[in-house]
Ligand binder design. Structure first.
Ligand code: SF4
Length: 346
């Protein structure tokens, strides 16, 4: 339900402390409320039991706690869980829990829909409706952490920003959410367990390097040949491969942090030796890892997974050039939770 009251989670801890002082109360009350909101993920003022009734009422009169609601949880045969997450304004995004033997990874969304228009991606068809707020990103992670504890008896271990949206087009809010996720007043996760996956926005990659972020960077590359990449990711006409590469050189010089490339090999699009050679040329300036991801067809048939022989061309070429490569089978296909499939279909 929409409300005219301010979302209390938009306030920083300092602002909360100031608010209590302005009400003639002690500033530490702000710390208590902050802890309820973030560390304990309280969804109501009523739940803040170490505050007096009057204080809770005063908060109720001034603020709301906008929070997400997992509308529908679907479980795949392979253990993958997909959440349809309803936001306070009734828009819906999706996030996914991917379990393996040793880890649980949350794949979270950063926008409702997406500002970009990758031709192979189901989310692109939704267009961008709005950016997610930091608390909406944080809440997706908390929901998956809770599911991980409930269904797998362990805490969430990794996070990838690879759900709906381009995270670098919502950079400030993504950064704020990561601050909360990694802070001791939030989930206390190590930033090294968080990967922000971008389709490649050069200006923002340079900004990330300048901001000395501690999380990891992944780039959805899919082709290292401009003409091909522009045909499947049209924004590449503006953010060209040369510009992207120079931003990655800058990133590596500043961070010395390995770059991961996400790459799908499609039949008839990028399944040649020439395409594999171009990938090597593109990424060999820095320690790199290439994830060759299995493709999950969306409704129409323009994009088809290349045969294993084409994948093998890539594996051989990358290995011969000393570049780490893994072949990733997709997870959660039966519930449309795999890469490129998130489109609020249910
Ligand atoms: S692949 Fe990522 S960046 Fe491209 S349209 Fe889909 S969500 Fe947006």
């Amino acid at each position: 339900m929409k409300s005219d009251k301010k979302d209390i989670r938009a306030l920083t801890k300092e602002q909360l402390r100031d608010f209590f002082v302005s009400q003639g109360d002690k500033s530490f009350r702000g710390n208590q409320v902050y802890e309820w909101l973030w560390q304990k993920s309280a969804y109501s003022f009523e739940a803040m039991t170490n505050l007096s009734k009057e204080t809770r009422k005063m908060l109720e009169d001034n603020f709301v706690i906008n929070h997400i609601k997992v509308d529908l949880m679907q479980r795949s045969n392979d253990g993958t869980i997909k959440n349809a997450v309803r936001l306070h304004d009734d828009l819906v995004v999706e996030s996914v829990l991917i379990p393996t033997k040793t880890r649980t990874t949350a794949c979270v969304s950063s926008q409702v829909g997406c500002s970009l228009d990758c031709k192979f991606c189901a989310t692109a068809r939704l267009k961008r409706m709005r950016n997610l707020n930091p608390d909406e990103i944080y809440d997706q992670v908390v929901a998956i952490d809770n599911e991980s504890k409930l269904y797998f008896g362990r805490r969430l271990s990794n996070i990838v920003f690879m759900g709906m949206g381009e995270p670098l087009m919502n950079y400030n809010n993504v950064l704020k959410a990561i601050d909360k996720i990694t802070s001791d007043e939030g989930l206390g996760m190590s930033p090294k367990r968080i990967t922000v996956s971008t389709s490649g926005v050069p200006k923002m990659i340079r900004k990330m390097a300048d901001d000395e972020v501690k999380f990891k960077l992944a780039v959805s590359l899919h082709s290292a040949i401009d003409e091909v990449r522009t045909s499947i990711m049209p924004f590449n006409a503006k953010f060209t491969l040369a510009d992207l590469r120079s931003s990655l050189v800058y990133w590596y010089e500043k961070t010395k942090s390995r770059i991961t490339y996400e790459y799908v090999v499609w039949k008839g699009i990028n399944d040649t030796q020439e395409a594999a050679n171009a990938l090597v040329d593109f990424c060999r300036f820095a320690p790199s890892k290439v994830n060759l991801i299995e493709y999950n067809p969306i409704d129409d048939g323009d994009f088809k997974q290349a045969p294993d022989s084409a994948i093998q061309i890539y594996v051989n070429t990358l290995e011969r050039n000393g570049i780490t490569v893994t072949v990733r089978r997709s997870r959660g296909k039966d519930i449309d939770a795999a890469c490129g499939q998130l489109a609020n279909k249910q």
